[in-house]
Design a protein around this ligand. Sequence first.
Ligand SMILES: [Fe+2]
Length: 579
Amino acid sequence: MVKRVLGINPTTVGTGQHDPAAVIFEDDELVFGAEEERFNRDKHSFETFPEQSISACLDFCDITLSACDTIAVSWKPKAKTKYDLKLALDRNGLQKKAYQAVKNMRNYKISLSKLKNNLAELGSSIPPIETYNHHYCHAASAFFPTDFDEALVVTVDGRGEKDATVVWKGDRGSLERIRTYEYPNSLGAFFGTITTYLGYRVHNGEGKIMGLAPYGKYNKEIADKLLTLVEPGVDYDVSGLNYHAGEANTKLEELFEKPKKSGGGHFTDWEKDLAHIAQQFIEETIAEIVETYSHEQDTSNVCLAGGVALNCKMNKRVMELDVVDDFFAQPVSHDAGSAIGAGMLGTGVTEFKQTSEVYWGPEYSSSQIKTILEEYKIRYAEPDNLEREIAQRLAEGELIGWFQGKLEMGPRALGNRSILADPRSVDSRDKVNKFVKHREEWRPFAPSLLESAAEEYLINARPAPYMIKTFDVYDEKKDEISAVLHPADGTTRPQTVREDQNRRYHTLLCEFERITNVPVLLNTSFNDSGEPLVNTPTEAIKDFFGMGLDTLVLGDVTVEKPIRDDREKIRSETTTYEQ
Ligand SMILES: [Fe+2]
């Protein structure tokens, strides 16, 4: 009898705020999973119940909710509500305390009944619900997919129920809590505060600040002032900046005598320096925590998860520590990944099949894709050797929309919902920015490369299938892949690809190498600015015609724009018209 566990990050009142998701396990195998944003098209889907992702999990298994043995929730709502109450009492005056107390208890009751109501709306009886500590879920998602017998596990995010950073010792099937840093002493909230101060949205712009940081430099005046509010290192304390985003921004405005930036985009040298120092602060603090507890726990294997573990520059720093031999960062490290951890804990087993992949979402057959194209009256071709033809087009400078197989879970497109370009010239980067992604021109792009070629390009190379680790690149190889290096520091954040991980994408890389001698492609997520990753063929088609892509690949077929054939004619007609 198959045991089915549905893992969810519900993000309703009393649990987390963002990135709702659902995954389903059959015994020891995660068989399907996706974030809610991929269905409702609302990026990060704040405070949204993952109704469509749950339905997609059940549809995949062809079951109703009642056929699940357990629903595993990646939060303990009661614990979070109680801690919220404590924070409110610590923070507010007597009148506000009473108001907040009532509000929190009401929220708690609402959260439990809302969760059950939301589940009941799915149309069948509700199986037993198990709730798990949020950081415990992140820790499970980081440790159980590895083959480490033992490891140091660090979970670091904005906040859980009351945890902000937790150090764990993983030992075969168990996780022991070693140290807890409680909210508001939160590195995620600290970095989120800097993110909002520099004009981006919290839970959304942190990666951009990480990308901005290498353009800045150490600035003693900024560092000295910042260190009057926060303390780095193993006993870090950022509580002074993290209590509440609004208050924290006011503190920064007073500290630096500069107003909060409204809207990101272009940055002054001073702002770049602030990003640099904030990034350095995060890196040094996590590095010191890892060094201290690796020694103490006598282990050289390190696992990271939680939203801050998406900071691939920080991961590089951890990976390169002398005390670290082997390293794993969960690719779905943000809160959607807590659903994976909850599901794992709900199964009661600790060794899983294929949990270190991310291709868990919906897929579409060739006949479904053709039917959609025919309904839209869009011409398509079915090349005999798709990978060879697309590699040729990439080598000629085309921008390709590449839609294949199962949708990726997590923030990175890993060759199934990707926009691809030739990595050999910075022109490609500029073209992708100008014609496709409509985003800040200073932001870097990342490569996919054959795992077998990683040692030729990457210093201290090791498999990196998820674009969650950054590497330095050998000087003599930099010219070959200039479009996928960070313009300021020359590092790169690769996806290494093996045939058994993604056969068609691997073949495409081999074909591109055959033509160019470079087994690398620029790979960025298939979506327009501000959108979640495309999920369906229809979304891919809409983005294809709404952006400056040259060719769209949908499974076995290719789609072009009329302008490709008629370019010269249109150009001459345009010239005539202008005269
Ligand atoms: Fe989290």
